[in-house]
Design a binder for this molecule. Structure first.
Ligand code: SAH
Ligand code: SF4
Ligand code: F3S
Length: 445
């Protein structure tokens, strides 16, 4: 029996899919130690907050939640409060926690998740707080367990870190430099997942297009090569990936969409801004014209491809003319969907020092104009689906109605349709009967 046997844990996750996948790994490791997951922090002996440094208000919500842990600590002498994730890689944050939130027992970073169970055992045996933030490290730890959020779809990290240093972004500082896993390790993991009922994998990396793996025989394997390898895995039905940086999207990858039947005809291709001047200041390394050319090539090769994007509004120095270029690009590309962000200062990044910051009211006003155009575009795109039959991987029951199933089309569109829960995890043909702004509705054919 381990020190952790029978302890109840709850994980609160604030960030992106990579952050969520880290939580799946933490959960998998704790279960291996005999811990039991509970749905709320109030029921837990161990709470882990996995933080994000980008998402709007994630920091406020994080400190709010951290405050609430004090009560739990008072009630339960054995209670352990843990914080991890991207914010912990920022020294001003860990300093603030040490000063203002003394009830936190463990702080760990994004480079030592594998060490967490050992840190936790240490806290139980020595009754001592632990703070362990490693700098970027060379090796990649393979073989960590994972408790998946979804039974039939899984996230698979193919690489860690980012080398791009977009001037607004904190990720290169919180996640370190790019490191790619070996293609054999990735393929083995996907095979194990398929054996455990997984039908769809999403390959994760901050910029999957710069994946650069080394095979066991020493030869190199780029991202498109990796897709071809995974496409051959029997039993796997769908491959997706996030995120693809436009500057590194190769013709070879576009060809992989044509050749690989399991690669879904969908791409998330963050543009960030429609003005080449702003893109340059963002250090994105492509122009508006180059981005539009990529979209043209993708659609030429794969006419039915769906495209989503990320856009930042109010980057320092963005003029009304620059912003209108974003609006015109959005109309020209006609995205299926888009995530919009108000630019916000991240301490330690170059753009935080730029003097021409945009006033909040102007940012909001532009943001609202942009969102209206995006939503109109999404609704129009979704309306075109009415009458079509789409292959849908049934993911689960709809939250609103338990006689309704929910799943995604190949193009990543959410569809609700009546059906029995025995269909969860299977592929069904759904005839689309309604296109809404953010989803579709249909019936099984
Ligand atoms: N690696 C991915 C994105 C990771 S961050 C890529 O390069 O596409 C997710 C999104 O958060 C980014 O695409 C960007 O739109 C947004 N973002 C990052 N830093 C931001 C900041 N300081 N202010 C506002 N939005 C930001
Ligand atoms: Fe951030 Fe740019 Fe790296 Fe994406 S590519 S994680 S936006 S620095
Ligand atoms: Fe993801 Fe947020 Fe970190 S978006 S990489 S969890 S800063």
């Amino acid at each position: 029996m381990t020190l952790l046997e029978g302890k109840k844990y709850n994980i609160i996750t604030f960030g992106c899919q990579m952050n969520e996948h880290d939580s799946e790994t933490i959960s998998g490791m704790l279960r291996e130690k005999g811990c039991i997951e509970v749905p709320t922090k109030e029921e837990s002996d161990i709470t882990i907050i996995n933080t994000c440094s980008i998402r709007e208000n994630a920091d406020k919500r994080f400190f709010g939640t951290l405050g609430q842990l004090k009560k739990l600590k008072k009630k339960n002498p054995d209670y352990v409060a843990c914080v991890c994730g991207c914010m912990m890689q920022q020294e001003h944050v860990t300093d603030a926690i040490k000063k203002k939130y003394p009830w936190v027992d463990i702080i760990f970073g994004t480079h030592n998740i594998d060490r967490f169970p050992a840190l936790l055992e240490n806290v139980y045996s020595e009754k001592q707080k632990v703070l362990e933030i490693l700098d970027d490290r060379e090796d990649i730890v393979e073989g960590l367990p994972s408790k998946r959020l979804y039974r039939h779809k899984a996230f698979v990290n193919i690489m860690y870190g980012c080398n791009n240093f977009c001037t607004y972004c904190i990720v290169p500082y919180t996640r370190g430099r790019e490191k790619s896993r070996r293609p054999e390790d990735i393929a083995d993991e996907v095979r194990r997942l398929v054996a455990d009922d997984v039908k769809e994998v999403t390959l994760l990396g901050q910029n999957v297009n710069s994946y650069s793996g080394v095979r066991a025989d020493g030869s190199s394997c780029d991202f498109a090569d990796l897709i071809y390898i995974l496409n051959d895995i029997e039993g796997l039905e769908r491959i997706r990936f996030m995120t693809s940086h436009p500057k590194d999207l190769s013709d070879k990858l576009i060809q992989a969409y044509v050749d690989c039947n399991k690669l879904c005809n969908y791409i998330h291709l963050p543009v960030q801004a429609g003005s080449s001047r702003v893109l340059k200041r963002m250090n994105r390394k492509y122009s508006r014209e180059q981005y539009l050319e990529l979209v043209r090539k993708l659609r030429e090769a794969v006419p039915e491809i769906t495209i989503s994007t990320d856009i930042i509004v109010g980057f320092p120095g963005e003029t009304e003319e620059d912003f209108e270029e974003t609006l015109s690009l959005v109309k020209e590309v006609h995205y299926d969907s888009a995530f919009t962000f108000l630019y916000s200062v991240r301490k330690g990044t170059p753009a935080a020092e730029y003097e021409d910051q945009i006033p909040e009211d102007i940012k909001h006003e532009r943001f609202n104009r942009l969102v209206d155009i995006i939503n109109e575009g999404s609704a129009a795109k979704n309306a075109q689906y009415v009458g079509r039959v789409e292959k849908v991987l049934v993911e689960g029951l709809s939250k609103k109605n338990e006689n309704t199933l929910t799943g995604r089309t190949e193009g990543f569109k959410l569809v609700d349709f009546p059906g029995d829960k025995s269909l969860i995890g299977t592929m069904v043909d759904v005839e689309i009967t309604e296109g809404k702004t953010f989803s579709l509705a249909g019936r099984i054919r």
